[in-house]
Design a protein around this ligand. Structure first.
Ligand code: NAD
Length: 362
């Protein structure tokens, strides 16, 4: 297979962790006889410095020409003046919009070797394997009207939550497709006892569920889901929900795994690449970590696991994806850790050494 990938390394630790992830990708591609075509483009603060804007037109063109995109992270103190008209984060929002990415996928898998890294009890988190599918382009973050009016003591503000049937149905279809490749259980999260958008969400979700009789389906209210996620997270397989609920629940779920340096993510759109899979943007959930940038100590595993997700969902290469995931698991089982996940007595590796350790175990 010919894998055409655009790499947006970005800022801070972005270039350090993407370098290791690409090395892993190269090693897997070689082993399975795939041809890699890599294209590097600018995004975020480095794009502001070099091209005057956080998302140059060439970057958008390079991403549109690719089968999949790998992103490091954007942002940092150098570009964080709130009065500034150009900000690195605009690059991120811009590329998601340009590629029509409406579904954000965050798998949270707790590796056995890391159960103690979580703040929750080991018996609660051991074996957790949840996938949160969050709607990314609708709901309260984008609904109009939005804004504040009036003067003290009579100020008012309004946000609007709006969803169309089409937006709900396409998100649910992705979630059902993903559930089919996993344990075939889907939980749709809403607040249908109070919100009109949630009642539409639930009605459309049920209609889509009828197309997937092989997947076990349930509705859960968002407040109950927040509770169950820390009480009994093993009960969940795929959780599908709207933008605001997903934003909150995915961060809550991330903490089950203990460290941000371990968690990958993907954003998918409707457009298929030339191989017939969804074009997607893959990135670690962590940011550019300016406090440790340039020190060679960032944990590259979230980005390496993002590459595994890319192989699975944008190229259909399940065996290659699983090979990367089990190499990561083996490195952890062998006691290897980066600083962020190190427990007393562990062997602490730098970014490059961890990348090499994964490659050795592929
Ligand atoms: P952060 O995720 O960058 O860092 C939070 C903490 O986690 C820091 O102490 C950092 O050192 C640590 N950390 C993060 N990733 C790590 C890794 N791979 N290995 C080891 N330790 C790691 O979040 P922040 O500090 O709130 O934000 C820093 C910058 O990143 C800001 O400019 C923010 O806007 C940006 N950001 C970007 C994205 C993105 O590009 N998708 C996401 C979140 C934050």
């Amino acid at each position: 297979m010919n894998l055409k990938i655009t790499v947006l390394a970005g800022d801070g630790i972005g270039p350090e962790v993407t370098r290791e992830a690409i090395n892993v990708l190269k090693a897997v591609a070689k082993r399975h006889h795939h041809k890699l075509e890599l294209d590097y483009a600018l995004i975020g603060g480095i794009a502001i410095d070099r091209a005057g804007k956080p998302l140059p037109a060439e970057t958008v063109a390079a991403c549109k020409a690719a089968d999949a995109v790998l992103l490091g992270a954007v942002g940092g103190p150098k570009w964080s003046d709130p009065r500034s008209k150009v900000r690195p984060e605009q690059g991120l929002l811009g590329i998601r919009k340009a590629l029509g990415l409406f579904a954000n996928l965050r798998p949270v898998k707790v590796f056995d070797a890391l159960v103690d890294a979580s703040t929750l009890k080991p018996e609660v988190v051991r074996g957790v394997d949840v996938l949160i599918v969050r709607e990314l382009t609708g709901g309260a973050y984008f609904g109009k009207p939005q804004g504040q009016s009036g003067r003290p003591p009579a100020r008012e503000a309004v946000d609007t939550t709006q969803y169309t049937e089409k937006e709900i149905a396409r998100l649910m279809r992705i979630a059902f497709e993903l559930a089919r490749g996993r344990r075939r259980k889907l939980t749709s999260v809403d607040k249908a006892n109070v919100l009109a958008t949630s009642r539409l969400w639930r009605a459309v979700a049920h209609e889509v569920a009828a197309e997937y009789p092989d997947v076990q389906y349930e509705d859960v209210l968002v407040d109950a889901c927040a509770m169950h996620l820390i009480r009994a997270p093993k009960n969940y397989d795929v959780i599908a929900t709207e933008n605001l609920f997903g934003d909150i629940l995915s961060d809550e779920a991330a903490m089950l795994a203990g460290s941000m340096g371990m968690l990958p993510s993907a954003s998918l759109g409707e457009k298929l690449n030339r191989h017939g899979y969804r074009r997607g943007l893959y990135e670690p959930i962590h940011g550019s970590a300016p406090d440790i940038a340039g020190q060679g100590i960032a944990n590259p595993l979230a980005t390496i696991l993002s590459v595994a997700m890319m192989l699975r969902w944008s190229f259909g290469l399940e065996e290659e994806a699983a090979r990367i995931e089990s190499a990561v698991e083996r490195a952890l089982n062998d006691g290897l850790r980066c600083k962020d996940i190190a427990s007393p007595g562990a062997t602490v590796l730098g970014t490059k050494e961890m990348g090499a350790a994964v490659i050795e175990r592929l």
